[in-house]
Unconditional design. Sequence first.
Length: 337
Amino acid sequence: MIRFAVRRLLLAIPTLVGITLVTFLIAHTLPENLVLVNLGDRATQDPATVAAFKRKWGLDQPLPVQYLTYVRNLSRGDLGVSIMTSRPVWQELLLSLPATIELSGTAMLLAVPPAILLGILAAVRRRSVWDVLARLTSSIGLAVPTFWLAILVLIAFYFQLGWAKGPGRLDSGLTPPPTVTGMYTVDALLTGDLALFGNALAHLILPAVVLALVSAAFIVRITRERMIEALAQDFVRTAHAKGLSARAVTGRHALRNALIPIITVAGTLYAQLMAGTVLTETIFSWPGLGRYAFSSAASLDFPAVLGVALVVGVIYVLVNLTVDVLYGIVNPRIRFQ
């Protein structure tokens, strides 16, 4: 298994190199707009000011030289300095990434187990209330835009009913817990502040539920479809003929053979959530990776854009590696292919 994981990790290296190259070229295709956004109309009329700006950020060098400099800095762990804030990009990413990890992790915990269970029940009990509920859940989740669902949930449960906390990670006036992981709920527990943990968790619920509902729609549908296919296979009928219980046949045989596409969909959804959900984070004032990426792109802050792109690439590589390892656990034959 270790050799299998190492082989998959080595195959991901060209992908990361390609990500750095593509994002670097995209971020540098409009250098004049970059100067205009950061200096303004009047400053761009002064050639000396423009030249100084380009020299400071290395824009006066040929693109190949700029890229090699960028890769050399990356090898030292230097992601550059944000043009807008003049702070190291890695420091700003460390502020936004834990918020996204906290949100996406909670959303997947709320989505995956119930969605798989509902998909199994829908497949085993066709045309029952579980089947109707599964199809209804997947149809609504796939049809309703995420941002619209977020607005409805916020209006209903915060503004109208007052059952949930509003936007942000904490109530106004509360001090965040001492930073250990950057995730407020985890850090509050680690420091023993249960009141702060409860407040952070209350703020986390609404955005996590919105993302969980959307993610669960995909997982319910793929689980139901794959379980129906698996239950119709000959090996399932053979297992029934041998006298195995329905629960053993469903869980030990049918589900195990249906897990590969379920793992694929769940891994893809988690990677997408980790890459940042701009609209949901904006609506709930959640300072995650999506909001940071959007603000960086809007201001043409190319060091920040490159930093976000690299982090997102690493996230997808790690998620895909995890999915591949799970493939090998579920189906050992994959390790030798």
